[in-house]
Design a binder for this molecule. Structure first.
Ligand SMILES: *[C@@H]1O[C@H](CO)[C@@H](O)[C@H](O)[C@H]1NC(C)=O
Length: 327
């Protein structure tokens, strides 16, 4: 191609052609659309194009695989592409019926839920350390060239997964409405809690008082839990390292109970001395995700509650807070 300036409508044609030829397997399904929303400020513009017959697929093609978000106006035919992902902290969104935003489907989604984190049991990699590893983003380029194992994005057939998945969302927490904390065992979700994410940061959503719904009935007791936190407690003396805790009073290993608990080190004094018969062997099984199937789960054998069980995967999904439509 010559270096003459690409001029409309040839330019449009070339972009379109390039898009369909070079990425034959990609269609607009690669993009997720949100009607009635536009970017109002805080994003860096890459390109802008105006065209009477502007379509979503053309604007998506202009965005390609590198832009973070685009928005397109149905009334003026303006398409603008931006560097940032729409959920970036600095980006402000506005409700506007004339606009639609779109973004590359680099995100792993299930309906309105987007996968922010996915941890695999038994791979001997610390979960909390991964959770707080700012800058580690496995979903920045989930395209063809990604070396991230597909098994570690799945909730079925994940036996070969050997990595924890960490989304860019964790470093840009801010537009979150709800958080779903979920456990998978034998290819099925076996327990979950939905937390109210409004006004939270990356750790503060995990509070019993924020629980909106859960499989734990009649409900999570808020008063008798010990440090119900993501960070939990990790001792320097190599005795316990327990994270993502909804865990009852510390009364001695044999009598303790929980809704959930993550053993995040190759040791745990209660599992190591066999007081928690169903907690596995931290040395070879960590991280260990313990969950209760219904209400409280017993950890030690002296407790009347059914035993806690071990999940294969722990996943954190988020639902974004979109600007409310103006009346
Ligand atoms: C979620 O939390 C926010 C802020 O604390 C509160 O205003 C809102 O009512 C809560 N939503 C629900 C559904 O409880």
């Amino acid at each position: 191609m010559s270096n003459t300036k690409c001029r409309f409508p040839m330019c449009v044609f070339l972009w379109t052609l390039t898009f369909f030829l070079c990425r034959a397997t990609v269609d607009t399904l690669q993009f997720t659309l949100r009607k009635g929303v536009r970017i109002s400020s805080g994003a860096t513009e890459i390109r802008q194009m105006e065209r009477a017959e502007m379509t979503l697929s053309l604007c998506a093609a202009l965005c390609g695989v590198t832009c973070g978000t685009f928005h397109v106006s149905h009334t003026t035919g303006v398409c603008v592409t931006f560097t940032e992902k729409f959920f970036n902290k600095n980006v402000r969104l506005a409700s506007d019926p004339g606009w639609t935003i779109g973004y590359n489907r680099f995100l792993v989604t299930d309906g309105d839920w987007v996968l922010a984190f996915r941890a695999q049991a038994g791979i001997e990699v610390r979960v909390y350390e991964t959770w707080v590893s700012d800058g580690t983003h496995h979903d920045s380029h989930l395209g063809d060239s990604s070396d991230f194992p597909q098994a570690c994005l799945r909730l079925v057939d994940y036996e070969s997964c050997d990595r924890h998945f960490r989304s860019e969302i964790l470093d840009s927490w801010g537009k979150i409405l709800e958080v779903r904390f979920s456990f998978i065992k034998a290819n099925a979700e076996v327990a979950y809690v939905v937390f109210n994410g409004t006004g939270t940061d990356r750790e503060s959503w995990f509070r019993p008082t924020r629980i909106l719904s859960s499989t734990w009935l009649p409900g999570v007791t808020t008063d008798s839990l010990t440090r119900p936190e993501i960070k939990g407690y990790c001792s320097s003396s190599a005795s316990t390292c327990r994270r993502f805790k909804l865990y009852g009073p510390v009364t001695g290993c044999a009598t303790e109970w929980a809704y959930t608990l993550t053993i995040d080190a190759p040791y745990d004094k209660c599992a190591d001395d066999a007081s928690w018969p169903h907690a596995g062997n931290p040395e070879k099984d960590f991280p260990i995700f313990l969950y209760s199937a219904s209400g409280r789960g017993g950890l030690g054998s002296d407790k009347e509650y059914p035993f806690m069980q071990r999940a294969d995967v722990m996943a954190v999904w988020v639902k974004f807070a979109w600007p409310r439509a103006r009346m």
